[in-house]
Design a protein around this ligand. Structure first.
Ligand code: ADP
Ligand code: MG
Length: 334
Protein backbone atom coordinates (compact mmCIF):
# COMPACT_ATOMS: atom_id res chain seq x y z
CA UNK A 1 0.00 0.00 0.00
CA UNK A 2 1.33 3.40 -0.96
CA UNK A 3 1.20 6.30 1.44
CA UNK A 4 -0.60 9.36 0.10
CA UNK A 5 1.86 11.50 -1.81
CA UNK A 6 2.40 15.18 -1.32
CA UNK A 7 4.16 15.60 1.98
CA UNK A 8 1.05 15.43 4.12
CA UNK A 9 -0.67 18.30 2.37
CA UNK A 10 1.13 21.06 4.19
CA UNK A 11 3.16 22.33 1.26
CA UNK A 12 3.20 26.09 0.98
CA UNK A 13 2.20 27.85 -2.18
CA UNK A 14 5.27 28.72 -4.25
CA UNK A 15 4.94 32.45 -4.92
CA UNK A 16 7.13 34.38 -7.32
CA UNK A 17 7.06 37.73 -9.07
CA UNK A 18 8.25 38.39 -12.60
CA UNK A 19 8.93 41.94 -13.72
CA UNK A 20 8.87 42.36 -17.49
CA UNK A 21 11.03 44.92 -19.34
CA UNK A 22 9.52 48.34 -20.15
CA UNK A 23 7.78 47.97 -23.51
CA UNK A 24 7.87 50.21 -26.60
CA UNK A 25 4.75 52.05 -25.59
CA UNK A 26 6.08 52.80 -22.12
CA UNK A 27 9.49 53.82 -23.45
CA UNK A 28 7.97 56.10 -26.09
CA UNK A 29 6.11 58.09 -23.44
CA UNK A 30 9.33 58.36 -21.39
CA UNK A 31 7.92 56.16 -18.69
CA UNK A 32 10.52 55.00 -16.16
CA UNK A 33 11.03 51.88 -14.11
CA UNK A 34 10.40 52.40 -10.41
CA UNK A 35 11.08 48.87 -9.24
CA UNK A 36 14.33 47.10 -8.55
CA UNK A 37 14.92 43.43 -7.84
CA UNK A 38 17.71 43.78 -5.31
CA UNK A 39 18.34 40.04 -5.08
CA UNK A 40 16.68 36.70 -5.85
CA UNK A 41 13.76 37.17 -3.53
CA UNK A 42 13.20 40.86 -2.87
CA UNK A 43 11.80 43.69 -4.96
CA UNK A 44 11.85 47.29 -3.80
CA UNK A 45 10.04 50.44 -4.83
CA UNK A 46 12.77 52.93 -5.66
CA UNK A 47 10.82 56.11 -6.16
CA UNK A 48 10.52 58.31 -3.08
CA UNK A 49 7.37 57.70 -1.13
CA UNK A 50 5.58 60.69 0.29
CA UNK A 51 5.10 60.74 4.06
CA UNK A 52 1.48 59.59 3.75
CA UNK A 53 2.37 56.86 1.25
CA UNK A 54 5.10 55.63 3.56
CA UNK A 55 2.57 54.61 6.16
CA UNK A 56 0.38 52.89 3.53
CA UNK A 57 2.82 50.91 1.41
CA UNK A 58 5.87 48.84 2.15
CA UNK A 59 8.88 49.69 0.01
CA UNK A 60 10.29 46.14 0.01
CA UNK A 61 8.45 42.92 -0.82
CA UNK A 62 9.90 39.44 -0.35
CA UNK A 63 8.72 36.22 -2.05
CA UNK A 64 10.05 32.75 -2.75
CA UNK A 65 11.58 34.13 -5.91
CA UNK A 66 11.71 37.45 -7.76
CA UNK A 67 12.62 37.53 -11.46
CA UNK A 68 14.13 40.72 -12.86
CA UNK A 69 13.31 41.94 -16.38
CA UNK A 70 16.31 40.24 -17.98
CA UNK A 71 15.36 36.77 -16.66
CA UNK A 72 14.31 34.26 -19.30
CA UNK A 73 11.08 32.28 -19.18
CA UNK A 74 13.29 29.19 -18.85
CA UNK A 75 14.62 30.58 -15.58
CA UNK A 76 11.11 31.44 -14.38
CA UNK A 77 10.06 27.88 -15.19
CA UNK A 78 13.09 26.26 -13.56
CA UNK A 79 12.84 28.19 -10.31
CA UNK A 80 9.21 29.21 -10.08
CA UNK A 81 7.16 26.35 -11.51
CA UNK A 82 9.03 23.19 -12.49
CA UNK A 83 9.05 21.41 -9.16
CA UNK A 84 5.33 22.02 -8.66
CA UNK A 85 4.35 21.18 -12.25
CA UNK A 86 6.34 17.94 -12.36
CA UNK A 87 4.76 16.68 -9.12
CA UNK A 88 2.11 15.40 -11.54
CA UNK A 89 4.31 12.49 -12.64
CA UNK A 90 4.29 11.22 -9.05
CA UNK A 91 0.51 11.33 -8.90
CA UNK A 92 0.14 14.76 -7.27
CA UNK A 93 -2.34 17.28 -8.67
CA UNK A 94 -0.91 20.71 -9.28
CA UNK A 95 -1.81 24.19 -10.50
CA UNK A 96 0.38 26.93 -11.93
CA UNK A 97 -1.21 30.38 -12.08
CA UNK A 98 -0.22 33.57 -13.85
CA UNK A 99 -1.69 36.61 -12.06
CA UNK A 100 -1.27 40.25 -13.02
CA UNK A 101 -2.76 43.21 -14.84
CA UNK A 102 -3.43 43.06 -18.56
CA UNK A 103 -0.21 43.34 -20.62
CA UNK A 104 2.02 42.48 -17.66
CA UNK A 105 3.20 39.23 -19.28
CA UNK A 106 0.82 36.48 -18.06
CA UNK A 107 0.28 34.82 -21.42
CA UNK A 108 3.92 35.26 -22.44
CA UNK A 109 4.99 33.52 -19.22
CA UNK A 110 2.35 30.76 -19.16
CA UNK A 111 2.89 29.71 -22.77
CA UNK A 112 6.57 29.10 -22.06
CA UNK A 113 5.89 27.30 -18.80
CA UNK A 114 3.30 25.00 -20.38
CA UNK A 115 5.68 24.03 -23.17
CA UNK A 116 8.66 23.45 -20.87
CA UNK A 117 6.52 21.28 -18.60
CA UNK A 118 5.19 19.11 -21.41
CA UNK A 119 8.71 18.74 -22.84
CA UNK A 120 10.01 17.69 -19.41
CA UNK A 121 7.14 15.22 -19.00
CA UNK A 122 7.99 13.60 -22.35
CA UNK A 123 11.60 13.48 -21.25
CA UNK A 124 10.56 11.81 -17.99
CA UNK A 125 8.48 9.24 -19.86
CA UNK A 126 11.46 8.50 -22.08
CA UNK A 127 13.58 7.77 -19.01
CA UNK A 128 10.96 5.59 -17.29
CA UNK A 129 10.36 2.73 -19.66
CA UNK A 130 9.32 0.56 -16.74
CA UNK A 131 6.01 2.41 -16.65
CA UNK A 132 3.30 3.01 -19.18
CA UNK A 133 1.91 6.55 -19.49
CA UNK A 134 -1.24 8.02 -20.93
CA UNK A 135 -1.42 11.81 -21.36
CA UNK A 136 -4.73 13.58 -21.89
CA UNK A 137 -5.21 17.23 -22.70
CA UNK A 138 -8.19 19.52 -22.28
CA UNK A 139 -8.66 23.28 -22.41
CA UNK A 140 -11.37 25.64 -21.28
CA UNK A 141 -12.14 29.30 -20.85
CA UNK A 142 -14.25 30.95 -18.16
CA UNK A 143 -15.90 34.19 -19.19
CA UNK A 144 -18.62 35.78 -17.06
CA UNK A 145 -18.90 32.53 -15.09
CA UNK A 146 -19.65 30.56 -18.27
CA UNK A 147 -17.30 27.68 -19.10
CA UNK A 148 -16.42 27.07 -22.74
CA UNK A 149 -14.53 24.19 -24.37
CA UNK A 150 -11.47 25.51 -26.22
CA UNK A 151 -11.02 22.29 -28.18
CA UNK A 152 -14.49 22.43 -29.68
CA UNK A 153 -16.17 24.87 -32.03
CA UNK A 154 -19.38 24.49 -30.03
CA UNK A 155 -19.62 27.58 -27.86
CA UNK A 156 -22.50 26.36 -25.66
CA UNK A 157 -21.56 26.85 -21.99
CA UNK A 158 -20.57 23.64 -20.25
CA UNK A 159 -22.16 22.54 -16.99
CA UNK A 160 -20.27 21.53 -13.89
CA UNK A 161 -21.35 18.28 -12.28
CA UNK A 162 -20.52 16.87 -8.87
CA UNK A 163 -19.19 13.38 -9.21
CA UNK A 164 -19.01 11.47 -5.93
CA UNK A 165 -15.65 9.96 -6.90
CA UNK A 166 -13.98 12.51 -9.10
CA UNK A 167 -15.27 15.72 -7.53
CA UNK A 168 -16.32 18.55 -9.87
CA UNK A 169 -16.42 17.45 -13.50
CA UNK A 170 -16.90 19.68 -16.53
CA UNK A 171 -19.66 17.95 -18.48
CA UNK A 172 -18.85 17.11 -22.11
CA UNK A 173 -15.44 18.76 -22.03
CA UNK A 174 -13.29 17.44 -24.89
CA UNK A 175 -10.38 15.38 -23.68
CA UNK A 176 -7.77 14.43 -26.27
CA UNK A 177 -5.31 11.62 -25.71
CA UNK A 178 -1.92 13.06 -26.67
CA UNK A 179 -0.08 11.11 -29.33
CA UNK A 180 3.15 13.08 -29.26
CA UNK A 181 4.67 16.54 -29.06
CA UNK A 182 3.39 17.61 -32.49
CA UNK A 183 -0.14 16.63 -31.53
CA UNK A 184 0.21 18.78 -28.39
CA UNK A 185 1.32 21.78 -30.52
CA UNK A 186 -1.61 21.20 -32.84
CA UNK A 187 -4.08 21.24 -29.93
CA UNK A 188 -2.53 24.45 -28.60
CA UNK A 189 -3.15 26.16 -31.92
CA UNK A 190 -6.78 24.99 -31.91
CA UNK A 191 -7.18 26.57 -28.44
CA UNK A 192 -5.66 29.79 -29.69
CA UNK A 193 -8.02 29.87 -32.66
CA UNK A 194 -11.05 29.16 -30.47
CA UNK A 195 -10.03 31.95 -28.13
CA UNK A 196 -9.77 34.40 -30.98
CA UNK A 197 -13.21 33.51 -32.26
CA UNK A 198 -14.50 34.42 -28.82
CA UNK A 199 -12.57 37.66 -28.85
CA UNK A 200 -14.13 39.06 -31.99
CA UNK A 201 -17.64 38.56 -30.66
CA UNK A 202 -16.90 39.82 -27.14
CA UNK A 203 -14.64 42.81 -26.57
CA UNK A 204 -11.19 42.06 -25.21
CA UNK A 205 -12.09 38.61 -23.99
CA UNK A 206 -8.53 37.71 -23.17
CA UNK A 207 -8.26 40.32 -20.45
CA UNK A 208 -11.59 39.27 -18.95
CA UNK A 209 -11.48 35.54 -19.22
CA UNK A 210 -9.57 32.81 -17.46
CA UNK A 211 -7.95 30.09 -19.52
CA UNK A 212 -7.25 26.67 -18.04
CA UNK A 213 -5.13 24.13 -19.87
CA UNK A 214 -5.17 20.75 -18.18
CA UNK A 215 -2.87 17.82 -18.69
CA UNK A 216 -3.84 14.55 -17.06
CA UNK A 217 -1.27 11.79 -16.64
CA UNK A 218 -2.06 8.20 -15.86
CA UNK A 219 0.69 5.69 -15.39
CA UNK A 220 1.07 2.11 -14.37
CA UNK A 221 3.98 -0.26 -13.94
CA UNK A 222 4.68 -2.58 -16.87
CA UNK A 223 4.66 -5.87 -15.09
CA UNK A 224 7.14 -7.62 -17.31
CA UNK A 225 9.81 -5.06 -16.48
CA UNK A 226 9.09 -4.29 -12.90
CA UNK A 227 7.87 -6.02 -9.78
CA UNK A 228 6.33 -2.80 -8.50
CA UNK A 229 2.80 -3.78 -9.50
CA UNK A 230 1.10 -1.84 -6.80
CA UNK A 231 1.09 1.62 -8.19
CA UNK A 232 -1.25 3.06 -10.69
CA UNK A 233 -0.99 6.84 -10.60
CA UNK A 234 -3.30 9.49 -11.98
CA UNK A 235 -3.04 13.25 -11.56
CA UNK A 236 -3.53 16.51 -13.40
CA UNK A 237 -1.45 19.62 -13.83
CA UNK A 238 -3.37 22.83 -14.60
CA UNK A 239 -1.95 25.91 -16.31
CA UNK A 240 -4.11 28.93 -15.55
CA UNK A 241 -3.79 32.20 -17.42
CA UNK A 242 -6.02 34.43 -15.29
CA UNK A 243 -8.11 37.42 -16.35
CA UNK A 244 -6.34 40.75 -15.91
CA UNK A 245 -6.12 41.52 -12.19
CA UNK A 246 -7.33 45.09 -12.80
CA UNK A 247 -10.73 43.37 -13.00
CA UNK A 248 -10.50 42.55 -9.34
CA UNK A 249 -9.63 46.02 -8.15
CA UNK A 250 -12.03 47.80 -10.50
CA UNK A 251 -14.94 46.00 -8.93
CA UNK A 252 -14.12 47.64 -5.67
CA UNK A 253 -13.74 51.14 -7.07
CA UNK A 254 -16.97 53.10 -7.22
CA UNK A 255 -18.93 53.62 -10.40
CA UNK A 256 -17.20 52.11 -13.39
CA UNK A 257 -18.95 49.15 -14.92
CA UNK A 258 -19.88 47.78 -11.54
CA UNK A 259 -22.39 45.19 -12.67
CA UNK A 260 -20.14 43.81 -15.36
CA UNK A 261 -17.23 43.88 -13.00
CA UNK A 262 -19.03 41.84 -10.38
CA UNK A 263 -19.73 39.10 -12.87
CA UNK A 264 -16.35 39.05 -14.45
CA UNK A 265 -14.57 39.00 -11.20
CA UNK A 266 -16.40 36.43 -9.21
CA UNK A 267 -13.84 33.77 -10.14
CA UNK A 268 -10.88 36.08 -9.57
CA UNK A 269 -12.15 37.40 -6.25
CA UNK A 270 -13.05 33.94 -5.01
CA UNK A 271 -9.66 32.63 -6.07
CA UNK A 272 -8.07 35.40 -3.99
CA UNK A 273 -10.09 34.39 -0.94
CA UNK A 274 -9.37 30.69 -1.43
CA UNK A 275 -5.64 31.30 -1.86
CA UNK A 276 -5.50 33.55 1.22
CA UNK A 277 -7.25 30.94 3.33
CA UNK A 278 -5.13 28.10 2.04
CA UNK A 279 -1.95 30.03 2.75
CA UNK A 280 -3.06 30.55 6.34
CA UNK A 281 -3.51 26.81 6.89
CA UNK A 282 -6.52 24.67 6.23
CA UNK A 283 -8.68 25.46 9.19
CA UNK A 284 -12.20 26.59 8.60
CA UNK A 285 -14.39 26.87 5.56
CA UNK A 286 -12.74 27.45 2.18
CA UNK A 287 -15.26 28.81 -0.34
CA UNK A 288 -14.30 26.65 -3.35
CA UNK A 289 -17.91 26.46 -4.41
CA UNK A 290 -18.38 30.20 -4.80
CA UNK A 291 -17.01 30.39 -8.36
CA UNK A 292 -16.58 28.25 -11.45
CA UNK A 293 -12.82 28.61 -11.46
CA UNK A 294 -12.36 27.44 -7.88
CA UNK A 295 -14.87 24.61 -8.31
CA UNK A 296 -13.04 23.31 -11.37
CA UNK A 297 -9.69 23.56 -9.62
CA UNK A 298 -10.74 22.35 -6.18
CA UNK A 299 -8.97 18.99 -6.40
CA UNK A 300 -5.81 20.75 -7.62
CA UNK A 301 -5.75 23.36 -4.86
CA UNK A 302 -5.10 22.63 -1.21
CA UNK A 303 -5.34 19.12 0.16
CA UNK A 304 -2.43 17.15 -1.19
CA UNK A 305 -2.11 19.34 -4.27
CA UNK A 306 0.78 21.65 -5.10
CA UNK A 307 0.34 25.25 -6.23
CA UNK A 308 2.63 27.84 -7.78
CA UNK A 309 1.66 31.43 -8.52
CA UNK A 310 3.68 33.66 -10.80
CA UNK A 311 2.68 37.28 -10.46
CA UNK A 312 3.64 39.38 -13.46
CA UNK A 313 4.08 43.14 -13.42
CA UNK A 314 5.24 46.08 -15.47
CA UNK A 315 8.00 48.12 -13.87
CA UNK A 316 6.53 51.37 -15.25
CA UNK A 317 5.79 54.34 -12.99
CA UNK A 318 2.39 54.79 -14.65
CA UNK A 319 1.37 51.29 -13.52
CA UNK A 320 2.47 51.67 -9.92
CA UNK A 321 -1.00 51.27 -8.49
CA UNK A 322 -1.71 48.00 -10.30
CA UNK A 323 1.78 46.72 -9.52
CA UNK A 324 1.21 47.36 -5.83
CA UNK A 325 -2.10 45.50 -5.98
CA UNK A 326 -0.34 42.58 -7.62
CA UNK A 327 2.38 42.54 -4.96
CA UNK A 328 -0.27 42.72 -2.27
CA UNK A 329 -2.04 39.70 -3.77
CA UNK A 330 1.29 37.85 -3.94
CA UNK A 331 2.03 38.72 -0.30
CA UNK A 332 -1.30 37.27 0.80
CA UNK A 333 -0.60 34.02 -1.04
CA UNK A 334 2.78 33.24 0.49
P1 ADP B 1 -0.95 39.61 -20.51
O1 ADP B 1 -1.21 38.22 -20.94
O2 ADP B 1 -0.63 39.74 -19.06
O3 ADP B 1 -2.02 40.57 -20.93
P2 ADP B 1 1.15 39.42 -22.46
O4 ADP B 1 1.80 38.15 -22.02
O5 ADP B 1 0.27 39.34 -23.64
O6 ADP B 1 0.38 40.10 -21.26
O7 ADP B 1 2.32 40.47 -22.69
C1 ADP B 1 2.08 41.73 -23.28
C2 ADP B 1 3.20 42.02 -24.28
O8 ADP B 1 4.45 42.13 -23.61
C3 ADP B 1 3.36 40.93 -25.31
O9 ADP B 1 3.67 41.52 -26.54
C4 ADP B 1 4.53 40.12 -24.79
O10 ADP B 1 5.23 39.49 -25.83
C5 ADP B 1 5.38 41.16 -24.09
N1 ADP B 1 6.09 40.60 -22.93
C6 ADP B 1 5.51 40.19 -21.79
N2 ADP B 1 6.43 39.77 -20.89
C7 ADP B 1 7.62 39.90 -21.48
C8 ADP B 1 8.97 39.62 -21.08
N3 ADP B 1 9.25 39.12 -19.86
N4 ADP B 1 9.96 39.89 -21.95
C9 ADP B 1 9.68 40.40 -23.17
N5 ADP B 1 8.44 40.68 -23.62
C10 ADP B 1 7.41 40.44 -22.79
MG1 MG C 1 -2.94 37.46 -21.86
Amino acid sequence: VHAPKGGGGDEKILVSVRVRPLNEKELSRNDVSDWECINDDTIIYRNNLSISERSMYPSAYTFDRVFRPDCSTRQVYDEGAKEVALAVVSGINSSIFAYGQTSSGKTYTMCGITEFTVADIYDYIERHKEREFILKFSAMEIYNEAVRDLLSSDTTPLRLLDDPERGTVVERLTEETLRDWDHFRELLSICEAQRQIGETSLNETSSRSHQILRLTIESSAREFLSNDKSSTLAAAVNFIDLAGSERASQTLSAGTRLKEGCHINRSLLTLGTVIRKLSKGRNGHIPFRDSKLTRILQSSLGGNARTAIICTMSPARTHVEQSRNTLLFASCAK
